[in-house]
Design a protein around this ligand. Structure first.
Ligand SMILES: Nc1nc2c(ncn2[C@@H]2O[C@H](COP(=O)(O)OP(=O)(O)OP(=O)(O)O)[C@@H](O)[C@H]2O)c(=O)[nH]1
Length: 337
């Protein structure tokens, strides 16, 4: 299982790992928080051993769907309907609490018979981790259960920040090896080593961690309480400069509460879509994709926010871009930027 907080680099890591021959015969299950999943497009691999669990969060609403999807894959493998696979990678949502997910898999008698949980890899974004570990219980639990922790974005963080995050990770999970990866670049060996992958079996359940200031208890309530996701879908190309200005202003002002923005955009003058990513105040460089993976060719931007009125973001976007038909449409609210 590959877990890690919103935008911490799970899909980036998975995309690179899937190019390794060691994971050639591997099925992938992706679960995203929000109504529209984009990760399967961003992975740029869509085949019958790639399953998207789309209707909710793995740890809250789709645990049954997860078991069912694995059973279904197993049955198709037995019947030769899908290529034989010897491993399944589950990429969880950035808000998943991995403890109930693993318990569900272990509790299912069919799955227990045919599959063995081999380990949990947790990505930790060193630029944003200190705020996430203090503010979000899910983030602490993802680190606590890890067999291996992979620190990401060390290339854009200063070394002192990386050290601070390492210390926080160690205080939550002293045993797990802490690796570093830049843009998903990681030798796969340690992730496949069964002697490393034992910790998640213990299923410990932490509530906080020690640091210089003493005990820090995550302050967040369960994510269903405050965190909302919504998607803007619209036809027609957007002007890249206008979009960039809008997003920068929005995140400058509200980045603390905008946990994640990710999207596939139809940009004026570009044949193929551009993937955009932001995590709180951090905007990542856009990525030019090699094709439109679906027929619709519509732009989609997913927002995951904590305590912000979704309709205000939507209205701000429409006003800024002069777009009338972005869905979902809502009542007018004071613009955020
Ligand atoms: N500079 C830098 N950027 C990275 C690194 N790893 C990931 N990113 C960027 O971070 C952004 C989010 O990465 P994703 O792989 O989509 O993160 P995720 O954890 O799958 O995101 P969610 O599924 O939404 O939770 C993208 O723009 C990546 O290119 C890294 O090591 N260095």
């Amino acid at each position: 299982m590959l877990t890690g907080f919103l935008g911490s680099g799970k899909t980036t890591l998975l995309k690179r790992l899937l190019t390794d021959p060691a994971l050639a015969g591997c099925a992938v299950l992706i679960n995203e928080f929000g109504e529209v999943g984009l990760d399967h497009y961003l992975l740029e691999r869509i085949d019958e051993t790639m399953v998207l669990l789309q209707s909710g969060c793995l740890c809250c609403t789709v645990r049954g769907e997860l078991s069912e999807a694995i059973r279904d894959l197993h049955s198709k493998r037995e019947r030769g309907v899908v290529p034989p696979f010897d491993r399944i990678v589950i990429e969880s949502t950035g808000l998943a609490d991995p403890f109930p997910v693993l318990s569900t898999l272990k509790a299912d008698p069919v799955l227990r018979h045919h599959f063995k949980a081999s380990g949990v890899v947790t990505t930790v974004d060193v630029v944003n981790a200190d705020a996430q570990l203090v503010g979000y219980r899910e983030s602490v639990r993802q680190v606590a259960i890890a067999d291996v922790v992979v620190l990401t974005k060390t290339d854009i963080s200063d070394p002192a920040q990386t050290e601070l995050v390492k210390e926080m990770v160690r205080s939550i999970n002293p045993d797990a090896p802490i690796l570093q990866s830049v843009d998903g670049d990681l030798a796969i060996g340690i992730l496949m080593d069964p002697t490393t992958l034992t910790r998640s079996d213990a299923l410990q359940s932490p509530g906080g961690f020690y640091c210089d200031e003493g005990w820090v208890g995550p302050t967040a309530l369960g994510h269903a309480d405050r965190i909302r996701s919504f998607v803007l879908v619209f036809d027609g190309a957007v002007d890249w400069t206008t979009f960039g200005v809008w997003l920068t202003m929005l995140l400058n002002r509200h980045g603390d509460r905008i946990l994640r923005v990710k999207g596939i955009l139809n940009i004026e003058g570009e044949e193929f879509p551009v993937a955009i990513h932001a995590v709180q105040h951090l905007v990542h460089p856009p990525v030019h994709m090699r094709s439109w993976s679906d027929r619709e060719q519509r732009s989609r931007i997913v927002f995951i926010v904590d305590g912000i009125d979704c309709s205000a973001i939507e209205q701000s976007f429409k006003t800024f871009h002069n777009i009338a038909d972005a869905t979902p449409s809502q009542e007018w609210e004071p613009s955020l930027v």
